[in-house]
Design a protein around this ligand. Structure first.
Ligand SMILES: Cc1cc2nc3c(=O)[nH]c(=O)nc-3n(C[C@H](O)[C@H](O)[C@H](O)COP(=O)(O)O)c2cc1C
Length: 244
C-alpha cells in the first residue's frame, strides 16, 4: 500500500487530489485538531511559522467531507482509502468524526513534537502518557466503526518504543505508522523499524526520508508492509517512488 503521509495545513482536498494519479492508495488528510486544547495548540504553532488547519472543532466534520469530495470528484475512478490524522487531548474528542462515513481510517497522532502540541497532551506526549493512549485506543477501536491506525515516532528520548508497541498490540489496531526518524541522520533508522516489525503483527507503514524507489524497497526489506511519504510530495511527482 502506498501512503501519502499527513502534513498539517497542507494536506487538504485540493493538494491531495493529484496523488490519486500517482499510485497512492491511502491519502492522509490533516493533521486536524479535534478539541479546544489542540485547536489552541494549532494557533500557537502558527505563531511559530508552522502551517495548520485552523478549522473550528465544530465545523470539522463538514470541512473534512469537503476535502474528500474534492478528491473523489477529481478522480471518480480512484478506489483508494481516506485516512485522517487526528490530534486530541481526550478520548471523547474523537467522537465528533464518528458520523463521517467518508473517512476510512482514523490515524491517532502520537507523533507531533511541537511544544504547543506536547503541552496540550497530544502527539508524541501520548508516548509518555500511556494511560491516556490506552483510553483513546479503547474508545476509538471499540466505538468509531473505523479502521484505526496509530502514528508513532520511533526515537523519542525517554520512551521505550517496544513497550508502546506491546501496548498497541493489545487493541484492534490495523495500521502502525512508524516515523523512523533518527535525529541528525539523513535516512530512516532501519534498525528500529526492524525491531518494531519483529514485535508486532500489525500492518506497518514505514515512514521517513523516502525519496526514491530504493528507499522504498529498503523500508519493505526492513519490515514495513507499506511505505509513506510526506516531504517528497512537496517536490512534485512521487510516481517514481510508488510505481516500479
Ligand atoms: C509541513 C509538515 C507537516 C506535518 N504535519 C504532520 C501532522 O499533522 N501529523 C503527523 O502525524 N505528521 C505530520 N508531519 C510528518 C510527516 O507526515 C512525516 O512523518 C515526516 O515528514 C517524515 O516523512 P518524510 O521524510 O516522507 O517527510 C508533517 C510533516 C511536514 C513536513
Amino acid at each position: 500500500m502506498n501512503v501519502l503521509s499527513a502534513m498539517a495545513g497542507i494536506n487538504d482536498g485540493e493538494y491531495c487530489k493529484r496523488f490519486t494519479d500517482e499510485g497512492v492508495d491511502v491519502i492522509t488528510l490533516g493533521g486536524f485538531n479535534l478539541d479546544l486544547e489542540t485547536f489552541k495548540a494549532g494557533l500557537e504553532n502558527m505563531t511559530n511559522d508552522r502551517k495548520e488547519f485552523i478549522t473550528c472543532p465544530h465545523h470539522i466534520t463538514e470541512d473534512i467531507s469537503g476535502f474528500v469530495d474534492v478528491i473523489r470528484d477529481y478522480n471518480s475512478s480512484w478506489d483508494g482509502l481516506i485516512s485522517v490524522n487526528l490530534r486530541a487531548s481526550s478520548k471523547d474528542s474523537f467522537k465528533v468524526l464518528y458520523g463521517n462515513d467518508d473517512i476510512d481510517i482514523f490515524e491517532i497522532n502520537a507523533h507531533c513534537r511541537q511544544q504547543p502540541m506536547l503541552s496540550a497532551g497530544t502527539g508524541q506526549a501520548l508516548l509518555k502518557n500511556t494511560t491516556l493512549l490506552s483510553e483513546i485506543l479503547e474508545e476509538v477501536t471499540s466505538n468509531s466503526g473505523k479502521d484505526v491506525g496509530v502514528k508513532i515516532r520511533a526515537n523519542v528520548e525517554g520512551v521505550d518504543i517496544l513497550k508502546i508497541v506491546e501496548l498497541i498490540n493489545t487493541y484492534n489496531v490495523k495500521y502502525l505508522h512508524v516515523d523512523a526518524m533518527k535525529e541528525g541522520v539523513p535516512e530512516a533508522d532501519y534498525d528500529i523499524l526492524n525491531r518494531i516489525a519483529s514485535n508486532t503483527s500489525i500492518h506497518i507503514i514505514g515512514n521517513n526520508s523516502v525519496t526514491s524507489r530504493e528507499d522504498y524497497e529498503k523500508m519493505i526489506e526492513n519490515g514495513a508492509s507499506s511505505v509513506s511519504v510526506a516531504r517528497a510530495a512537496r517536490d512534485g511527482s512521487i510516481k517514481h517512488i510508488f510505481t516500479e
